[in-house]
Write a protein of this length. Structure first.
Length: 154
């Protein structure tokens, strides 16, 4: 299997469900937080959910970035499978949220779409790198990546 699965994982900004995961790891961070002393307004359930989705994608990116040889390719399989399951649950949770108004949707898109696009571009780049290296000889890594992609489109 030489071609990388398309790992452009769209975040559904039209709906979202609150989960408690913190926004994303070292490779992708959410917008800056306010200076100390100023109260940050509470996040909506939808915005919390969007941040959770970004955190899941960032964890995937961090995991893919560790793949450099056969051992690290095999070590990435279990975390990718877990992240695929988290992504499935995240996607299903979007249906439980109230719909956003057009203004709310546009505000979330303006705030998070640049970050989402950067993370997706980096995911695609990592997947292409790994595929070009023929998955470093791993038979399980391609299946894990397919699982992640299928989780994203459910």
């Amino acid at each position: 299997m030489k071609a990388a699965p398309a790992i452009a994982l769209p975040l559904l900004l039209c709906a979202a469900a609150a989960q408690d995961a913190a926004p994303a790891a070292t490779t992708a961070t959410a917008p800056a937080t306010p200076a100390a002393g100023r109260a940050e307004p509470a996040l909506s359930r939808q915005e919390t959910h969007v941040r959770t989705g970004i955190a899941i994608l960032a964890k995937m990116l961090d995991t893919l970035a560790t793949v450099q040889d056969r051992d690290t390719a095999e070590a990435a399989v279990a975390p990718l499978m877990r992240l695929g399951e988290q992504l499935t649950l995240w996607a299903k949770a979007t249906a439980t949220l109230p719909p956003l108004s057009e203004l709310e949707r546009m505000e979330l898109e303006d705030r998070y779409m640049p970050l989402i696009k950067r993370v997706n571009d980096r995911l695609k780049s990592q997947a292409e790198r790994i595929a070009a290296a023929e998955f470093y000889g791993s038979r399980n890594l391609p299946a894990a990546l397919v699982h992640v992609v299928q989780s994203a489109v459910q």
